[in-house]
Every structure is written in C-alpha cells, then in structure tokens.
Design a binder for this molecule. Sequence first.
Ligand code: SAM
Length: 383
Amino acid sequence: MSYLFTCCQIGAEKFLKHELSELAPQAHFAFSRPGFVTFKFPEDRPATDRVGSQFDVGSAKTNSFGSITSSTRPCGFAPEEGVPKSIFARASGVSLERLTGDETQRIEKIVKELEDGDYQAFHVWSRDEKPSGKSGYEVGPTEEDDRVANLVRSALPSSVRNRLLINEPVVKGDRVLDCTIVDPDVWMTGFHRATFTATCYPGGMINLVMPPEVVSRAWYKMEEALIWSGLPLEPGARVAELGSSPGGATQALLSRGCQVLGVDPAEMAPIVLANPNFRHLRGRTTELPKKEFRKIRWLASDMNVAPNYTLDAVEDIVMNKQVSIRGLILTLKLVEWDLAWNIPQYLERIRSWGFNVIKARQLQHNRQEICVAALQTPFRRKS
Ligand SMILES: C[S@@+](CC[C@H](N)C(=O)[O-])C[C@H]1O[C@@H](n2cnc3c(N)ncnc32)[C@H](O)[C@@H]1O
C-alpha cells in the first residue's frame, strides 16, 4: 500500500475527499485530522502517469471540480509525484512515515532520509490551527515551522546541508522531502515533485511580505492569485476590479504597472485614488454603462456576494458586444461551504463564455472562498 497526504483549509476536507475520489477512484480515504487528509492507494497504482500543464486543456478533461485531468490515463495525476491537480489540496505528497515520540529521534530520521534520498529540498509546515479567518487566524508559516527547520539544518552534515534548500522555494522538477507538523508530537513525512508553481513553496504557501502602504489584506489574495495562476498580465494591462474598495488588490495590480478601473459603491483609500493609473467608478456593477469596459482586457472580481451574483455581474460585462476580455481572476465566496458542490457548474459557466483555459484553487489567503483564473487563448477581440 502507499499513501497520499494532503493539506487543506479546515472545513474543506469533504470537498477534497470528493475531488480525490474523482481524480483517483482507486484511492481510499485513510487517516485524517482537520486540515490534513490521507488516502490509501493499492500497490498496483500506475507508476508513470502524468498530467499536462494546468493551462493546457487541449485534449484534457476536467474532473467535476475543474482540476485538469488527462482523458487517456487511468488516474488523474501522477501518484509517484504526489501532486493531484486539486482545488482544495494546498499541499500534497506521497506519505513516508509517521514520526512520534522523542523529538531528537524524529529529527534523526529526517536527517537520515535527507542523507540517503534523492532530494533537492526539505519543507516543513504545520497543519492549519483553525478555520481561516476564525478569531483573526491567518493561514501561513509558523514559528514552529522555523524551529523544526533550524533543528534539521543544524543536525545535517554540512555536505548534505550545502546541497539542500531548507524551507525555501524550489524550482519545478525538484524533489522535496516534506514534513507536516500534524500535532506537536505527530509529524508526517512524505515527498513530492514540484510540478506547478504552488508546489514549489513549503506547504503550498507563497511567503508574501505586505508592503506598509497596502490598505487591505486583499493585496495578499491578488498577489497570490497572480503568482499561482501565471496569467500573462503585462505592465500597462488594463484591468477592471469589481468590488475594489478599499484597494489592496488594486495596489498589487498597480505595482505591476497595470492601469486599474475600480468598481465599488464604497470609498477607495486616498493613496489608491492618488495613483494616476487608477480610476474609480463609484457604484454597483449593475448600474454602470458597459462602454466603460470597452478598453478593459482583464477582469477581476472580489465582491462580498454569493457566487451566482458574481457570475451574473461578470457575464453581463464579458458577453457584452462592446467588451473584449482576455482573462479573469475571480474570487467566488462560498458564503456557505455547501456552495462548493456547485463549483463544477460555476466553472462550466465560465467556460461557456469562451474561456478555454480555467483553473481554480483555494489559495492560502482565501477564506471560505476559492480563486478562479481563466484565459481566452488565442485571444480574439470582438470587432
Ligand atoms: C472584500 S471587499 C473587496 C476588497 C477589495 N478587493 C480590496 O482589495 O480591498 C468586497 C467589496 O465588494 C463590494 N461590492 C459588493 N457588491 C458590489 C456590487 N454589486 N458592485 C460593486 N461592488 C460591490 C463591497 O462594497 C466591498 O467593498
């Protein structure tokens, strides 16, 4: 038997299990804790199975949550790489060992594995403590992660230490020894090969440092969405954001040289209004003339409304004859967790507007919501 481990936001476990049941029907749900779920694979799992890039949907089909799977392979991902294309798995890998008992011995086992195995990096992180946002809890690296990383670093012989990245981002193709701190005295080791951007970071968490002038935590979501999605927003790109107040996400776009049209009935922060590349359309999306979007090529939405409301508003703009949108970055708020069952329909609706490349992920900085990135390629402007 082999096992796959996955980490997710607390509350997302049942949707993660559903995704895995579709991506790998041969896997069975095994040990779990809130935010940490494992799956058992039979021994005869495919050994060379691979998936294409997330932005390559040519001959691929999606599982019901929209993760891209190959139609010609028995399993939706490569078990030996440990990275299913899942919306809710923030991190994953092939399980190795459950480490308990004396901490020094746990560290010794990790050191031995790093000495003997073919690894380019060691990543350690803690499973989430609470649901994201609960009592101010922010998902992210912890002091305990640093402490364990430092213990491993100090215990490694210098010849091994010098060739390893420890809790630093790797490049695609690197093989990483993972350690999830499931409980203070239960560590689960595993490994994965970095395949797409988020898998290069410890625990799938991109370490972002918010500049002091940023006015809201939505900056994190936009930064993470841009890095994860790889959408080709170039300096000068014209972007509209629906639900832009007070302006953190807009600041992330402005800092990349984008020109931003912010749509929101609420006020924008003065520092955002002062930027010459920003214009505020004060009002609700439904109240605005569509000609305002004629020159816009990218549409972002972060409105605090139910997904169908967001999708109605976006559809109204995208399908207008005067408007040509190349790509989308949408936050879909799961105002109730059970709205996650509708994700396949949401993604299908977006696809029906002509976006042929779609991916979705519950980002580290998403609360009870997911991020959808969509691209029309090749891009055809409406005349
Ligand atoms: C989560 S906040 C947005 C945070 C913002 N993206 C930032 O970077 O600071 C949600 C916003 O959606 C706005 N909103 C809600 N319904 C809207 C609508 N129909 N049209 C435009 N904005 C709307 C709210 O006024 C609120 O400012």
